[in-house]
Design a protein around this ligand. Structure first.
Ligand code: SLL
Length: 243
């Protein structure tokens, strides 16, 4: 079926949109277990897809389907409006299939990613986190890339009106067009920012320097060993190889 807005693509254009997805889990307080949870369940958790820093993504993302482990009743959960999230209780970790359905106008096929539900601490001070019954968060940043989007979808992605003139003075303040910008700084509810990106780049740069330094040191050690081997061979003769 053709897209409602037509199938003509905007050639030579790629538009990307950032989003975050992942899981958060909290162990039950043994003194205060939720009444509705089955006896073998140990955690409350949720899986979600959302915009960075709470940005609206519903203009390009229409529906999200979460496929849970088969041990869950009705394991396929379809969310056709935000918030795109499923909250559950359970006892075990498993891979969740997350399928993205794009705006009808997009003419794009659905895309699927996977995410491992984490219930237990997996980095940092594990014992302390267990003691504190800390929130276990496993959240990733990702970008979806629309390659040569169809015209109607391009308009939606960029706030409408390819080539349209800016609103004249006195017109009602228009909503700024959506962008793929991530925030400059991190905040309490969001760790994905340009500041963090640049810190990560610095960390990677430092790590590369460190690896190069270690390589140089190893090379220098090898050279010393080789030259003392050569010296030995000259003074003591070559080692006799036993048959
Ligand atoms: C495991 N691969 O063997 C995992 C499976 C299944 C998780 C984890 C509860 C479902 C229910 C639940 O936590 N399933 O009983 O409602 O560890």
């Amino acid at each position: 079926m053709p897209a409602p807005g037509g199938t003509k693509r905007v050639r030579g254009v790629q538009v990307y949109r950032p989003f975050v997805y992942g899981t958060e889990a909290l162990p039950f307080d043994p003194e205060n277990r939720p009444k509705d949870a089955p006896a073998d369940h140990t955690h409350r958790w949720k899986v979600f897809v959302r915009g960075v820093n709470g940005d609206d993504i519903s203009y390009w993302l229409k529906k999200v389907q979460f496929k849970l482990h088969d041990t869950y009743a009705s394991s396929v959960r379809m969310l056709d409006k935000p918030p795109f999230e499923v909250e559950e209780t359970g006892w075990g970790e498993f891979e969740i299939a997350i399928k993205f359905y794009f705006a009808t106008e997009s003419n794009e096929k659905p895309q699927q990613i996977w995410h491992g539900l984490k219930l237990h601490p997996y980095f940092g001070d594990i014992e302390q986190q267990k003691k504190d019954r800390a929130l276990i968060s496993s959240v990733c940043y990702e970008e979806v890339l629309f390659n040569e989007p169809v015209e109607a979808f391009y308009d939606i992605l960029t706030g409408g009106g390819r080539g349209s003139k800016a609103k004249t003075k006195g017109a009602k303040a228009a909503k700024p067009p959506p962008t793929a910008e991530i925030p400059a700084k991190s905040g309490p509810g969001n760790k994905f920012s340009r500041e963090e990106e640049s810190k990560e780049l610095d960390r990677l740069g430092e790590a590369v320097k460190q690896v190069k330094k270690l390589q140089e040191e190893e090379k220098a050690k090898n050279l010393t060993l080789e030259s003392s081997l050569q010296e030995l061979q000259e003074t003591e003769g070559k080692p006799i190889k036993k048959k």
